[in-house]
Design a protein around this ligand. Structure first.
Ligand code: PEP
Length: 255
């Protein structure tokens, strides 16, 4: 059985003061005994505060990006070793905002995933189609291209150490959510494709998260789908009580 993973992507929100408030609020709601795994991606400058304030809780902390080289003259970038040293266990790779605004390619996602694994960080690889692609009926083809590009050259053992996040671009930050059926259909396709490239065992173990306007009101129906193994949450992860509510909902799901 795959353990559900509830992850929050703060994007460029919550500097240190807001992070301190959030962590205090989250701790006061109670972080003991949850069945779901919990993960947060704060901005880089808030990582240290979060790691220290959530010490002793089961919450994992991740970076929102990393550079594919280990170190060097890459002004403005951050390395896998730096994230690791700051206390991160995970890293987001290929978020659609990175692809859209910073021109990240599947080859770049592949290189970053390789670097993350080399440093023992769990890559959370984001993939998803635009509205135009969905309307053209090429969603599966887009997913296949992104996934095969991201994982090309990886042995099943390496693939197994990743998490995939399916985030339809048209549902991110728009208030539009994929219906549970639409999301399940793509998740099923992703798992089938993973089985082809890395084998059935790997595909069965690997967690596939859904992201795109997930919130307390739709978490239960999304998480109830067979192949949805967690959520990657933007807006609704910024308030401790909304995020906590989703963790509570995840704990009620039996499948
Ligand atoms: C995201 O940023 O990954 C995301 C899914 O955002 P939102 O939940 O706000 O749509």
């Amino acid at each position: 059985m795959r353990k559900l993973l509830i992850a929050g992507n703060w994007k460029m929100n919550h500097a240190v003061a807001a992070t301190v408030d959030f962590c205090r609020d989250l701790r006061s709601l109670g972080l003991e005994g949850q069945r779901a795994e919990v993960l947060l991606f704060p901005p880089f400058t808030s990582i240290a505060a979060m790691v220290s304030l959530l010490q002793g809780t089961p919450v994992h902390v991740g970076g929102q990006n990393l550079h594919q080289e280990s170190k060097g003259a890459y002004t403005g970038e951050i390395s896998a070793a730096m994230l690791k040293e700051a206390g991160c266990s995970h890293v987001l790779i290929g978020h659609s905002e990175r692809r859209q605004y910073f021109h990240e390619s599947d080859a770049g996602v592949n290189a970053k995933t390789r670097k993350a694994l080399e440093y023992g960080l769990t890559p959370v690889i984001c993939i998803g189609e635009t509205l135009e692609e969905r309307e053209k009926g090429v969603t599966n083809a887009v997913i296949k291209t992104q996934l095969s590009g991201a994982l090309e050259g990886f042995a099943p053992d390496a693939v197994r150490k990743t998490v995939i996040a399916y985030e339809p671009v048209w549902a991110i930050g728009t208030g539009l959510t994929a219906t549970p059926e639409q999301a399940q259909e793509v998740h099923r396709y992703i798992r089938k494709f993973l089985a082809e490239i890395a084998g059935d065992d790997c595909a069965e173990l690997l967690r596939i998260l859904y992201g795109g306007s997930a919130k307390p009101d739709n978490a239960e129906e999304l998480l109830s789908e067979t192949d949805i193994d967690g959520l990657l949450i933007g807006g609704a992860s910024l308030k401790a009580d909304d995020f906590y509510r989703i963790i509570e909902i995840a704990d009620t799901i039996n499948k």
